[in-house]
Design a protein around this ligand. Structure first.
Ligand SMILES: *Cc1c(COP(=O)(O)O)cnc(C)c1O
Length: 403
């Protein structure tokens, strides 16, 4: 029997869905992490846009431990105070009037898509069930969400997919106009396509989606699982673009690392998820919602949101300079602290290698497809952590240039 808690043991006991890095982080504070050997890392990955307030933020630890000493779980047979308070807070700070809580982005989207289909079929008849989504989008890993996202690598090989999904390229207004009809129950968009390369939607595309949904009685759904909770320097991406959806899904940063997700809905559509139509044992769990309440309060502050834009400028100008100096990046794109560094032709397809090399030099970064290195650090990452991370990135880039 292998007794050391190691990558080797991981490979023996885990289903082989993932191939995690060689090191195992065991501690974190702010935007720094330490592995089993005590090696330090600067965290520009943020747990994939989850740790919006860094690791082990004292106010979140406090909210979690206080709730942990009061009440952990009641199921939805009973309401709980943190969930009611968080739902009210979310409706106060957004377009939405009602909230359905769950535990992951896939579940938040599953609820949104099921709501859209109930809405379509109830208001427009049994043929009004089509969902128009973007090619190469990502909405989670349940069968419904992989079918909507339409990336064959995630959706094929599981038998019949969910039917009635149409895919159009992001920002292709003509294709969108051709796809949306009286049979459409929803149009779903990631305001910035995250997993597939950090590609921002264009305002005109979102605006046209809004108009087409209004014309055809379809719901406009924004998947803000990655863009929400201050990531772009506005609390939600829809504020940045000035286009208001009917339904918005949140996960990742809403619990800052504690599993929590939410589907936010306008009053007029909420009734379509009537009693008994949907549910979740853990959704709206008191521990998760207590953390979510504290996180929302901390993130929704002018200095934090302005700080995201300042950090964006500091990072992006340095990344552009670094990319040019080492011939590594041909473009740096994204908004706020969701940044995509597009690899130059010489490094095309090698985002995984760049990520690994950074890790060897004490820096955690992400990839978004094979050609883009993605950064999604803490929204409150300190200046010295940014600068130290950039120094490590420059060293990694230098060694890559030589190899
Ligand atoms: C991460 C992500 C999801 C899936 O969230 P899970 O919590 O992994 O289910 C869905 N949509 C977007 C845009 C995401 O970035």
């Amino acid at each position: 029997m292998i007794s050391v808690v190691s990558k080797t043991l991981y490979e023996k006991v885990m289903v082989p869905t993932y191939s995690p890095a060689a090191i195992i982080p065991v501690e974190g504070k702010g935007a720094r992490c330490w592995d089993q050997n005590g090696t330090e890392y600067i965290d520009f990955a943020g747990g994939i846009a989850v740790n919006a307030l860094g690791h082990c933020h004292p106010a979140l630890v406090d909210a979690l431990t206080r709730q942990a000493n009061r009440l952990w779980h009641t199921s939805n047979v009973f309401a709980n105070e943190p969930a009611i308070r968080l739902a009210q807070a979310l409706t106060n700070v957004s377009f939405a009037d009602r909230v359905f809580f769950s535990n992951s982005g896939a579940e938040a989207n599953e609820a949104a898509f099921k709501l859209a289909r109930r809405y379509g079929i109830t208001t427009g008849g049994s043929e009004k069930y089509e969902i128009v989504a973007n090619t190469n989008s990502f909405h989670g890993r349940s069968l419904f969400t992989v079918s909507v996202a339409g990336q064959p690598k995630y959706s094929e090989g599981f038998g019949p997919p969910i039917e009635g999904i149409r895919h159009v390229p992001l920002n292709d207004v003509d294709a969108l106009e051709a796809a949306v009809s009286h049979r459409t129950c929803a149009v779903v968009v990631e305001p910035i396509v995250g997993e597939s390369g950090v590609l921002p939607a264009e305002q005109a595309y979102l605006q046209r989606a809004r108009e087409l949904c209004d014309k055809h009685g379809a719901l406009l759904i924004f998947d803000e699982v990655q863009t929400g909770m201050g990531r772009l320097g506005t609390l939600f991406a829809y504020e940045h673009f000035g286009v208001v959806p009917d339904v918005m899904t949140l996960a990742k940063a809403i619990g800052c690392g504690f599993p929590l997700a939410a589907t936010l809905v306008k009053e007029e559509f909420a009734g379509h998820l009537g009693r008994g139509t949907h549910g979740s044992t853990f959704g709206g769990n008191p521990l998760a919602c207590a953390v979510g309440e504290a996180a929302l309060q901390l993130i929704n502050q002018p200095d934090v949101l302005d700080g995201v834009r300042m950090r964006h400028s500091r990072l992006v100008s340095a990344l552009k300079a670094l990319g040019t100096r080492y011939g590594l990046f041909s473009d740096v794109r994204g908004l706020g602290l969701l940044i995509g560094c597009v690899l130059s032709p010489a490094w095309k397809g090698k985002a995984g290698d760049v990520v690994n090399r950074c890790l060897e030099h004490g820096l955690m970064v992400l990839q978004a497809g094979a050609d883009v290195v993605r950064l999604a650090p803490s929204l409150v990452i300190e200046e010295d952590e940014i600068d130290e991370g950039l120094t490590r990135l420059a060293i990694a880039a230098m060694t890559l240039q030589r190899s």
